[in-house]
Design a protein around this ligand. Structure first.
Ligand code: CTP
Ligand code: MG
Length: 229
């Protein structure tokens, strides 16, 4: 099974209160992007990596690829306005020989190689397989402040990345999204809307998306623990 990986690493770091694009924000002495590249470098299953970078950051991204010791072919491409645009742009330059594409947010630096491997294993049976965690808290619906209802959580999962798909299906889903002006926050939703069969692969709360300055602090602490400091 041939696999192309896409790391989405364009977009801003505005909510982090930093000037640098999010993927180039420092974490544990490296950039956020470094950690996703590092995971790719240790995964034998992946044949090429496409990285969407903020326009003008190609040189910085190239340096990160080298630091991560990535020895498989890679392509850097300027990302689009929204995440969905970035994925579409990256997909268009993935190798036509790949049966499967696995997509990952650079904003999730704590994804483990095992999470990628589990998604790649599951996608052999289905159209898509995504890292996710079961919802643990009780969910309330509000009108902004007043509670208007409680959402049964038993069937609910929080979607993360990595997300692995049959490449042709994902391309078709993105094409249809363009034509029909769908906007979504993950790729799985596009494939779902096209009738694809998808599975969740249980991952871990540690695979959270860096969004706020507090997230960066938590990630620093987890990384320090993992490296035994
Ligand atoms: N991304 C991208 N191109 C964009 C926007 C985002 O490649 N035009 C990437 C980011 O680098 C990140 C991932 O997509 O790795 C998720 O985007 P992020 O901005 O972290 O998440 P959002 O859901 O957009 O959250 P926020 O509101 O914090 O922007
Ligand atoms: Mg964003």
């Amino acid at each position: 099974m041939r696999v192309s990986a896409i790391i989405v690493a364009a977009g801003s770091g505005m909510r982090l209160g930093l000037d640098a694009p999010k993927a180039f924000v420092p974490l544990g002495g490296r950039s956020l992007l470094y950690y996703s590249l590092r995971a790719m470098a240790v995964l034998d299953a992946i044949g090429e990596v496409v990285v969407t970078v903020p326009a003008g950051m190609e040189q910085r991204a190239r340096a990160e690829v080298e630091r991560a010791g990535l020895e498989i072919p890679f392509k850097l491409v300027a990302g689009g306005t929204e995440r969905q645009d970035s994925v579409r742009i990256a997909l268009a330059i993935t190798s036509a020989e790949s049966e499967v594409v696995v997509i990952h947010d650079a904003a999730r630096p704590l994804a483990t190689p095992a999470m990628f491997a589990a998604c790649l294993d599951a996608v052999r049976r289905v159209d898509g397989a995504i890292a996710a965690i079961a919802v643990a808290d009780t969910l309330k619906r509000t009108d902004g402040r007043m509670i208007t209802g409680t959402v049964a959580r038993a069937e609910l999962w929080q979607a993360q990345t990595p997300q692995a798909f049959r490449r042709v299906m994902l391309i078709e889903a993105h094409d249809r999204a363009m034509r029909e002006r769908w906007t979504t926050t993950d790729d799985a939703e596009l494939v779902e809307r096209c009738g694809g069969h998808l599975e969740v692969v249980e991952s871990s709360a540690t695979n959270f998306k860096i969004t706020t300055p507090a997230d960066l602090e938590i990630a620093e602490a987890l990384m320090a623990r993992n490296s035994g400091h």
